[in-house]
Design a protein around this ligand. Structure first.
Ligand code: ADP
Ligand code: MG
Length: 296
C-alpha cells in the first residue's frame, strides 16, 4: 500500500507522561448478576499497560476479554478492584476523550460519507468546520483512503470500512485505542494487510492499544505483549512478551521468521496449558487450536 504518511501532525494531543500507565488494573473483578444467577466474568485482573504499548488479550470465548475492554472504556463498571486510565478514573478518561474505540463491526453511519463518518466525533465535540475538514483529510491519508472521502460505507469493502472506523477512532488524537476483534470479519489476506497498516498507524500516532483477538498469529504480529487469559472466570494466565527479529519493525517477511514462529508457539502453549497433555504420556493428543478458541 503506497500510503503517504503526513509527518508531525498525528502525535497525541495530550502526550502521556512516561510515568503514568495508559491502563492500570489492580485486582479487577466483574460479576454479572442475572436472573439465572451470578456469572463471574473476570477475577483478580492486574495489568499495567505503558503509554504507546501494544497489548493483545487472547483467550477462549467467554473468558471476559470484551468485558475487560468495556470496563476500560467505562461502558460498564468493575464489581471489585480498581481501574485507571492515564491515572484517572475511566469515566474521567472518557470525558477527556483519552481513548478511541473500534469493534468488530465497523459501525459506520450508512447515510454519511466516509469523510462525514470520520468527522462525526469531532462534530459531536464542537470542533469547527475547517478544523474537522483538516483533521479528516489527514486521517484519510493515514488510513490510505484519500480517494474515497465522498463515498458511502456500502460502496466500500469490509477492509476499507474497518479503516474508516479506525480513522474515526483516531479522530480526537486519543492516547489509547481499544479494539475488540476489529479484523474478525475480514478475509485472511485483507486481515494481514490491515495488521501491517495498524502497526504503522500506531507507530505514527503513538497511541497505546488494547487489542482483543482470537488469532494467535495476529496477536503475535501486532503486540509488544500478549495477555493470555484462562476460561471463565477470566483470569490472566500468562503475559508473553513478544521479541521478534527487527524489533518494533513489523515487515511482511517477519511472518515467516523463526522468531515469529517461536512466539506463536509460546502463546499457543500458554493457551493450551491445563487443557492438553503436552507430556506425550498417552493423554489427550495436542490439537493445533486450543479448545474453546475459534479457529479463524
Ligand atoms: P469474551 O469477549 O472473552 O468472549 P465476554 O467478555 O463477552 O467474553 O463475556 C464473559 C462472560 O460474561 C461470558 O460468560 C458472558 O456470558 C458474560 N457476560 C458478558 N456480558 C454480560 C452481561 N451484560 N450480562 C450477563 N453476563 C454477561
Ligand atoms: Mg468478545
Amino acid at each position: 500500500m503506497s500510503t503517504q504518511i503526513p509527518t508531525g501532525t498525528l502525535a497525541p494531543a495530550r502526550p502521556a507522561t512516561g510515568l503514568t500507565p495508559a491502563v492500570e488494573a489492580r485486582g479487577v473483578g466483574k460479576v454479572f448478576t442475572t436472573r439465572a444467577g451470578a456469572v463471574t466474568a473476570l477475577e483478580n485482573i492486574s495489568l499495567s499497560i505503558a503509554p504507546g504499548e501494544f497489548v493483545s488479550l487472547i483467550g477462549p470465548s467467554g473468558c471476559g476479554k470484551s468485558t475487560l475492554l468495556r470496563l476500560i472504556a467505562d461502558l460498564d463498571a468493575p464489581t471489585s478492584g480498581e481501574l485507571s486510565v492515564f491515572g484517572k478514573a475511566p469515566r474521567v478518561a472518557r470525558e477527556n476523550q483519552d481513548y478511541g474505540i473500534a469493534f468488530q463491526q465497523a459501525g459506520l453511519l450508512p447515510w454519511r460519507t466516509v469523510r462525514a463518518n470520520i468527522e462525526l466525533p469531532l462534530e459531536l465535540h464542537g470542533v469547527g468546520r475547517a478544523g474537522r475538514a483538516a483533521r479528516a483529510t489527514e486521517l484519510l491519508e493515514l488510513v490510505g483512503l484519500p480517494d474515497f472521502a465522498g463515498h458511502f460505507p456500502h460502496q466500500l469493502s469490509g477492509g476499507m470500512q474497518q479503516r474508516v472506523a479506525i480513522a474515526r477512532a483516531l479522530a480526537e488524537q486519543p492516547s489509547l485505542l481499544l479494539m475488540d476483534e476489529p479484523f474478525g470479519a475480514l478475509d485472511e489476506m485483507t486481515r494481514e494487510r490491515m495488521q501491517t497498516e495498524l502497526v504503522r498507524i500506531c507507530q505514527e500516532s503513538q497511541a497505546a492499544v488494547v487489542f482483543v483477538t482470537h488469532s494467535i498469529p495476529e496477536a503475535v504480529f501486532l503486540s509488544d505483549r500478549v495477555v493470555v487469559m484462562s476460561p471463565r472466570p477470566g483470569r490472566i494466565r500468562q503475559v508473553v512478551p513478544i521479541t521478534l527479529a527487527g524489533g518494533a519493525e513489523r515487515s511482511e517477511e517477519l511472518r515467516e521468521d523463526t522468531s515469529f514462529f517461536a512466539a506463536v508457539t509460546e502463546v499457543r502453549e500458554a493457551l493450551h496449558e491445563g487443557h492438553v497433555d503436552r507430556g506425550g504420556s498417552g493423554g489427550t493428543a495436542p490439537t493445533s487450536t486450543p479448545r474453546g478458541v475459534d479457529a479463524r
